[in-house]
Design a protein around this ligand. Structure first.
Ligand SMILES: [Mg+2]
Length: 124
């Protein structure tokens, strides 16, 4: 049986190959998407301190982290030539299909009527 570390060594794309294919436009997208993820972690930590440790919510920090996320989301949209309005319209359309009458239910969440049967890619 192959060892996991050997599998990773064999399957992970090399940094050299990634760097070879990296363009300024791709580097921008990587920067922006890493920023979204990093700032989401900071927001998570701010909420965790309240929800788990019973500290008061630090609203100043929450607003800061939401702003940071917005910064990176806008940078990502600019890099992909899409607008915030496009993303909101797509989200409204998706959720309108998923939730009949725009009313939440566990059944609707599980059925996901906005998806084609057999559609497997994660688009939540
Ligand atoms: Mg931040």
């Amino acid at each position: 049986m192959i060892k996991h570390e050997e599998m990773v060594r064999g399957l992970a794309k090399s940094g050299a190959d990634i760097a070879k294919d990296m363009s300024p436009a791709r580097a921008h997208l990587v920067h922006m998407v890493m920023g979204v993820s990093g700032e989401a972690g900071e927001l998570l930590d701010a909420i965790k301190k309240s929800a788990i440790y019973n500290k008061p919510i630090d609203m100043e920090n929450v607003i800061e982290e939401l702003g940071d996320i917005e910064f990176y989301l806008e940078g990502l949209r600019q890099g992909l030539n899409i607008t915030r309005e496009q993303t909101l319209a797509a989200n409204i359309e998706k959720l309108g299909k998923r939730y009949e009458g725009l009313k939440y239910s566990d059944v609707s969440a599980q059925q996901r009527k906005d998806k084609q049967p057999g559609e497997t890619h994660a688009k939540d």
